[in-house]
Write a protein that binds this ligand. Structure first.
Ligand SMILES: [Zn+2]
Length: 123
């Protein structure tokens, strides 16, 4: 009886783990266009993305994967099989991401300058 009970427990544990992994995968996967051309190669490591065109595994997340598909940058191997549409969409998404980063940085600089000015006023 004990053995049966144990194996049921193990079955339950296995099920719970796979559900958790699936939840993680959907959390990791955003609506980023890069996921249309890649999938998680390792559910426990969101930095490993498998290219759907050439099955190459890119380490460095979906951002690097998009560079791979779009042939952008010098740090990733370029995808030999990506379609022109995929290249364009990934490239556009990369450009938007870098534009957003720049906007954020300039806002932060403005905020910091604002803090400095108010400190001068206090003294
Ligand atoms: Zn590829």
């Amino acid at each position: 009886m004990a053995a049966v009970y144990l194996s049921i427990c193990r079955m339950l544990e296995t099920n719970t783990t796979s559900v958790l992994l699936e939840e993680n995968a959907s959390k990791i996967k955003s609506d980023d266009v890069g996921w249309e051309y890649g999938s998680l190669a390792d559910l426990s490591n969101k930095d490993k993305v498998k290219c759907l065109f050439c099955n190459h595994v890119i380490i460095g997340g979906v951002y690097r994967h998009k560079q791979h598909v779009a042939h952008v940058g010098n740090f990733v191997a370029k995808c030999k099989k990506s379609s022109q549409e995929a290249k364009d969409r990934c490239k556009k998404s990369l450009e938007e991401a870098s534009k957003k980063r720049m906007e954020k940085t300039s806002r932060e600089l403005e905020l910091r300058e604002g803090v400095n000015i108010s400190r001068v006023g206090d003294a």
